[in-house]
Design a protein around this ligand. Structure first.
Ligand SMILES: C[S@@+](CC[C@H](N)C(=O)[O-])C[C@H]1O[C@@H](n2cnc3c(N)ncnc32)[C@H](O)[C@@H]1O
Length: 380
């Protein structure tokens, strides 16, 4: 275990805020493009290699690989994450985007019929803003080219959140009425133009890239294909993605035919009984001392790590960013436990680089212990 605090900020989304295209969607749990690039350099990745991210979120790993001309493939169980990854990773014909932008921005506003039952949606927006958002959404849905449609939808999604009362606080959506919220029509053009400018600022090298729906525990890839894995699974006891994007999902994605989110790591506590012998083998008595949710999480991660092992070529290198779990009575050292699991499936766990340390607290006041956020380095 080695302390590496200078890489700490890179384990967060913050550096992506000023990075073109990476900043098209705020996904709190993302790591940064810079972290991916540092790991690619550390691993000596080059053209012709394939990088896998089995928990790809909004595609940071793949986008960084595309900038470096390295092939990559990513999977996520969250429809919104896959949608955002795909929009960020595509190559676009600007002419078509500009044509559709003009059509949409020059259309005369016609009040749509609001048939919305969802309470958060109704309370989350000033009525007129919601009407404008739905008006623009329906115009965007008429775009001839699907890629252009998705590009514009992502732009509108960002605008919708800025023009709402919605405040995402950790894992919960809060409605906070505020004054001076901009009207969608005032900011939409600017948003589209900013995204287009980003496309000029980002430099891609030739490479192949794919983002797909998938469950990290059964990816459906052939064995021995990945030269490297750079990834970050959900952190133990942090279930932030499930509900937090329900507005975006309901307003924009359900109609594009994106599925629902069900294969979340650690969510199926019933799994515990079925297959806990493997975990018991690795962790011994520790298994019985872990909270139930932690056991479910590690059993799912066991499967995901086995899957990583099979898809890796011999000699492949793996980097996993993960945080420890905070419970009212203890901290669970996920970094150490996942490394033990990795060794048990055949990886060599080489290092744990400790990037960040935070207090785990009970009811936000009583200190329970220190939680690490670490970068785990393994080799097949
Ligand atoms: C820490 S985030 C990854 C963020 C990513 N590194 C980025 O920069 O955007 C973990 C991701 O794992 C996804 N996830 C949860 N369960 C999954 C599963 N069974 N298979 C694949 N992805 C899953 C979540 O939806 C979430 O997007």
């Amino acid at each position: 275990m080695i302390e590496k605090p200078d890489w700490g900020p890179l384990a967060t989304y913050a550096p992506n805020k000023t990075e073109p295209v990476h900043n098209w969607f705020y996904y709190k749990e993302s790591f940064s493009k810079q972290l991916v690039m540092k790991v690619l350099n550390l691993f000596g990745a080059r053209e012709g290699n394939l990088v896998l991210d089995p928990f790809c979120g909004v595609g940071t790993t793949m986008l960084a690989c595309k900038e470096m001309g390295i092939d990559s493939v990513g999977f996520d169980a969250h429809p919104l994450a896959v949608f955002v990854s795909r929009v960020k990773l595509r190559d676009y014909h600007r002419g078509e985007i500009l044509r559709e932008m003009d059509r949409i921005l020059e259309s005369k506003f016609v009040k749509p019929k609001l048939l919305i039952k969802n309470k958060i949606l109704k309370r989350g927006f000033p009525k007129h803003s919601l009407e404008e958002i739905i008006f623009y959404r329906d115009l965007i849905m008429q775009a001839r080219d699907k890629d252009v449609r998705d590009f514009l939808l992502l732009g509108l999604m960002n605008v919708a959140m800025r023009c709402s009362y919605i405040n995402k606080d950790g894992a919960v959506i809060k409605i906070k009425k505020r004054k001076n919220i901009p009207l969608p029509r005032k900011v939409l053009k600017n948003q589209f133009e900013r995204m287009l400018k980003n496309l000029d600022r980002i430099k891609f090298q030739r490479s192949r890239v794919r983002a797909d729906f998938g469950d990290a525990r059964k990816l459906g890839l052939t064995d021995n294909v990945a030269d490297f894995i750079i990834t970050s699974p959900p952190y133990l006891n942090k279930r932030e993605y499930e509900k937090i994007f329900s507005i975006e999902q309901g307003l924009f994605l359900d109609m594009v035919g994106f599925g629902s989110y069900s294969d979340y790591i650690g969510s199926d506590i019933r799994e515990l009984e079925k297959d806990s012998a493997k975990l018991l083998n690795v962790l011994g008595d520790e298994t019985n001392k872990l909270p139930k949710t932690a056991n479910a999480y590690f059993m799912d991660m066991f499967q995901a790590i086995e899957e990583m092992y099979w898809v890796c070529i011999p000699g492949a290198k793996v980097a996993v960013v993960v945080g420890n779990g905070c419970f009212p009575t203890r901290v669970v050292d996920s970094d150490v436990i996942l490394s033990k699991i990795a060794e048990s499936v055949g990886f060599r766990a080489k290092r744990i680089l400790v990037l960040n340390k935070r207090w785990c607290t009970k009811k936000r006041t009583k200190k329970v212990g220190i939680m690490r956020e670490s970068l785990l380095l393994w080799e097949k």
